[in-house]
Design a protein around this ligand. Sequence first.
Ligand SMILES: [Fe+2]
Ligand SMILES: [Fe+2]
Length: 492
Amino acid sequence: MSVQDRMGAAPKPTGPVSTIDYSERIPNNVDLASDRRLQRALEGWQPKFLEWWRDLGPQLPTQDVYLRTAIAVGRDGWAHFDHVPMEQYRWGIFLAEADPDRVVNFGKHKGEPAWQEVPGEYRSELMRLITVQGDTEPASVEQQRVLGGTAPSIYDLRNLFQVNVEEGRHLWAMVYLLHAYFGREGREEAEQLLKRNSGDIDAPRILGAFNEETTDWLQFFMFTYFTDRDGKYQLGTLKESAFDPLARTCEFMLKEEAHHMFVGTTGVQRVVERTAELMNEHGTDDVFEHGGIPLEVIQQYLNFQYSVSMDLFGSEQSTNVAAYYTGGLKGRWQETRRKDDHELKEAEYTIRTIRDGKFVEEPVPYLTALNLDLRDEYVADCENGVRRWNQALEDAGLEQRLSLPHEAFNRRVGNYSAHHVSPEGEILSADEWNARADKWLPSEETRAKVAALMVPEYELGKFAGWIAPPQTGINDQPVEFDYVRLAEEGLA
Ligand SMILES: [Fe+2]
Ligand SMILES: [Fe+2]
């Protein structure tokens, strides 16, 4: 487990941190009180957010939940844990500390002071980037809203709700930027963020993966592993932005995001552990009949979530992304650690595609291939979890292994979208694909079998039969701690 992934007790702050003002109706560290107009506009949006949360947020009635709330944004000591009624969670506006000397680190404005206002020439592009990011945040809350009814434990239920409230706060983070920097148009976009809904036929969320249903907890864990990780990489590019408020917002969001990926990594791992245990105990791969999820099915879920998350990176080649980079709007993952000129005018990048039934590689201008550059970073990161899950299989003495499917598998966006490719990277005809797709992706029938295992386990310290307990609890609390207190109606 990386330090980032671990969620321990908050250490005492070591340096000055900017604390968050909780006496305000909208907690913030941006001195909202000094800007009455902005404050009033956001206070006008707040009831709409709460209404959205009630209608499309977590549906399981609860009294309170042991949640982490940000209290300061400094490097250390920003999190506070307590039981709070979820609808009273303090969503607010928290930006990472400002660096008064920050400069633009890439593109044609490299070396100039970072922007505190939106330059007119980049206004529409910046608003688009913020809107697309903002759209994903509430989408995942909508996708996950009924999962509480089938939680495998109170511990897992708490983690689901923690992810949900933080995605709600990420929506706030983007709405703040829209309201504060983009005038009337920004306020209109902020309204739309609550009007588009995941899976809505007339007004869907902007990106495909955010309109897929999260049908069960295995998918939730895959989602937090693969799709939240896409979020991490997108935020990583915006964290480099020349537009300083966006950069600082994303930097703070990334701290929250780490927990979402912890939920995914450990969630899948615990499913794998339990499956391995049942395989050994019963001497069979088909553990469905013993109340577990077969490895083959775990692999199918992995194949699905990985491929739809790969699509979120967009086309391998894009002139938009070149313009975003050159303009300084969106950098590369860990831009400042890259050892090149950070302008990339002459540089090349090798992209992969299929031509005449074969995989080919070809060099293209680096600037146009930045989506792929980011996706390649993402893939390398995804491998880490798979290694960890395979370690669990090895520790259990099993030969089977999980793996990431080929990058061309099941793609709807980019160079591979017109092709059919197996998880092993075999290029297939449409007929061959159709004949075998049910082996690689969860069929309706398989999803139904998984769903049948999803019976709630609300007894403290107990876990549903398809998942192993975690090693430790949250914030040094025991695993059997009362992380969530259900409302009477929730128990009925
Ligand atoms: Fe998020
Ligand atoms: Fe997230």
